[in-house]
Design a binder for this molecule. Sequence first.
Ligand SMILES: C[S@@+](CC[C@H](N)C(=O)[O-])C[C@H]1O[C@@H](n2cnc3c(N)ncnc32)[C@H](O)[C@@H]1O
Length: 176
Amino acid sequence: MSSRSIEVLRLGQRFVRDDRTLTHLCLVSRALGAESIYLEDAEKKVTGTLEEVNKTWGGDFKAILGVPWRKVIRGAKEEGRIVVHLTMYGVPIQDVAEKLRGLDKILLVVGGPKVPGKVYHEADYNVSVTSQPHSEIAALAIALHEIQSGEELKRTFRKSRLRILPSARGKRVVEN
Ligand SMILES: C[S@@+](CC[C@H](N)C(=O)[O-])C[C@H]1O[C@@H](n2cnc3c(N)ncnc32)[C@H](O)[C@@H]1O
């Protein structure tokens, strides 16, 4: 398993808070190999949901609430993390994927409905997943997949209460 560390930052302002989108960003980050997500503004219930998911399905993915984006980016840079901002205006991910795969520590930044202009300057890379508008959840999933070359699909989660036995039909779940 790779020793690469990926954290996620979701930029967000109070007046457009959407807890369902935030929960999905958490679930996608967790399932696809990130170790934590910073949410500038989210209800406590988002972390409650995640704790339940961790208890049932394993791992120790964390959501960290309420830290302003500038502070998250500053902290990331101080610890040598490379800041990769996902935006439809950036360079195509297929052109930089090889470089991104070589990085040990990454902060992947996704926006909401409005992204402050400064983020584009603070980022080490501004990266697009197609040059068409779509969704932060989709962009995040594809970026995580590209950066980890699909290795994240084979990941197992430690200390789960339940485990799925993949099956062509029906649902097979066992207790650990
Ligand atoms: C609904 S979009 C709104 C973007 C907004 N118009 C802006 O200022 O960039 C929310 C977020 O989804 C992500 N996103 C949407 N389309 C993307 C694309 N084609 N490539 C990469 N990220 C994208 C970006 O992180 C963006 O900030």
